[in-house]
Design a protein around this ligand. Structure first.
Ligand code: ADP
Ligand code: MG
Length: 273
């Protein structure tokens, strides 16, 4: 018996909006150097499915490199990263090297969405065209399906009326919300945010953080590099403080941000708060 149209539509919309299961990230003894500069130094970190992790630390401490390694946009020199037990990229252990084929890396990467500081929208495409491109190319959706999902995603980030706008016609906060909708269109298990509000005028920061807050409740695993300490305190399950390629401290926000163990964490917080 076919479901009534309304019920079918609701099921379709829930499928669009609910995240896929999983999203556990394991980072194990990861190191990486650029020439003689060690940018990641024996970094290990576990992230539970659906958890929110905020990464803080000074400029140059390796935050972006760590984030990009999770997506295998950076190749690490040692250690490994796995999502739901599946290796990302490759794993070097002593003399032994396990490496994924390029096409498998691309397949895995679909599980990990990324949102950048500078939005990185295609300037010649409208908001909705920016969103539909990847699901058609990568998930093999029909254009109609992709457009329907993109409209829902635009509504979800509060931009239902901006489908036809080009990036230059949108504020920075609106562009970043389109970028978030675009990342969500691939139904990632994990979303990585690299200073998503750092390029925004102060009055536009809140609207982007509000969207991320809503995502935090949705079950997608989030990793957010941010200088918004208040936001981290409110939204994160764990806070990671990095310095010179190492994790100096990690724990609950109340602990790391409120009564950190490490004097360097205290110094950093005194500077940014
Ligand atoms: P953060 O995001 O915390 O500011 P990054 O991960 O961007 O830090 O950079 C960490 C260090 O690695 C910095 O000293 C930076 O200059 C250096 N670095 C980053 N990318 C490259 C690269 N492609 N080549 C050489 N050095 C790099
Ligand atoms: Mg950075």
């Amino acid at each position: 018996i076919p479901a009534p149209a309304a019920a079918r539509q609701q099921a379709a919309s829930l499928a669009t909006l609910s995240p896929r299961r999983g999203g556990e990230i394991r980072i194990s003894h990861v190191s990486k150097s650029y020439g003689t500069l060690k940018v990641l130094d024996d970094v290990s970190l576990a992230l539970r499915p659906g958890s929110v992790t905020a990464i803080i630390g000074q400029s140059g401490s390796g935050k972006s490199t760590l984030l990009r390694s999770i997506n295998h946009l950076e190749r690490v020199d040692e250690g490994f990263i796995a999502i739901d037990g599946e290796l990302i990229g490759y794993r070097q252990e002593g003399e032994t090297l396990y490496e994924l084929k390029e096409k498998d890396i691309l397949k895995r990467r679909v599980d990990v969405g990324m949102v950048f500081q500078n939005f990185n929208l295609f300037p010649h495409l409208t908001a909705i065209e920016n969103i539909v491109e990847a699901p058609v190319a990568v998930r093999g959706l029909s254009r109609e399906q992709a457009l329907a999902e993109a409209r829902e995603l635009l509504a979800r980030v509060g931009l239902a009326d901006k489908a036809g706008a080009y990036p230059r016609q949108l504020s920075g906060g609106q562009q970043q919300r389109v970028a978030i909708a675009r990342a969500l269109a691939l139904k990632p298990k994990v979303l990585l945010f690299d200073e998503p509000t750092s390029a925004l005028d102060p009055e536009l920061v809140g609207e982007v953080l509000d969207v991320i807050k809503e995502l935090a409740r949705s079950g997608t695993t989030l990793v957010i590099v941010t200088h918004e300490i208040g936001f981290a305190r409110e939204v994160a399950d764990q806070v990671v403080f990095m310095e010179a390629g190492r994790i100096l401290e990690t724990g609950a926000p109340a602990k790391v941000l409120g009564e950190p163990d490490h004097p360097r964490t205290r110094e950093f917080l005194a500077k940014v708060l």
